[in-house]
Design a protein around this ligand. Structure first.
Ligand SMILES: [Zn+2]
Length: 183
């Protein structure tokens, strides 16, 4: 705050029904912020961080702010539903690829900025190994487990046109946020 921002303060979040949430996001080609073809990677990342923090989220994907590019952020921290979750400083993953996904899965509650008011009990792989490029253009490989793996898989889905609603086994696994809070 107090600094001149390079983007408009109000970033709109794409919600269910917005076609961008159904699109395959494009690969980021340039890692130099400000290049027109990538709509300025640094700017996209700054906007994503802002929306994620504002909404108190643990992850976000670029299509959610109307940018169909392969960029996501995961930011695990302990919370009410996942008290054992590790604290991970927000990490920006560009062009992420799932290399290995465990066959072992577990179900857990998920919410989404793009699906307001609804939570789903979603089955996800327990472990996942991912390759991605960081904001400096360096290749990275991370092994994620438990809640961070869940966040990654949720955000990755946004890059391939899916939401958690596509991953539930049954509509019986959907609940309103208010009802879930009563449990
Ligand atoms: Zn989401």
């Amino acid at each position: 705050m107090g600094e001149t921002s390079m983007y408009n303060a109000k970033v709109e979040v794409a919600e269910l029904g917005n076609p961008i949430l159904r699109a395959q996001a494009k690969k980021v080609l340039s890692f130099v912020g400000g290049e027109a073809e990538d709509e300025g990677l640094a700017c996209i990342v700054a906007q994503m961080r802002e929306v994620m923090q504002e909404r108190n989220g643990v992850g976000i994907a670029a299509p959610q702010i109307g940018i169909s590019q392969q960029v996501l952020i995961i930011a695990s921290r302990p919370n009410e539903r996942y008290p054992e979750a590790p604290f991970i400083e927000p990490v920006v993953m560009i062009n992420p690829i799932i290399d290995v996904e465990s066959s072992q899965t577990e179900k857990g509650w998920e919410g989404c900025l793009s699906v307001p008011g609804i939570r789903g009990y979603v089955s996800r792989a327990v472990q996942v190994s991912v390759n991605f490029v960081d904001v400096n253009g360096a290749s990275q490989r991370w092994d994620l487990e438990g809640f961070p793996a869940r966040i990654f898989l949720h955000e990755y889905d946004h890059l391939i046109g899916l939401t958690f609603l596509d991953r539930i086994d049954s509509v019986a696994d959907l609940i309103s946020e208010n009802e879930l809070a009563k449990r």
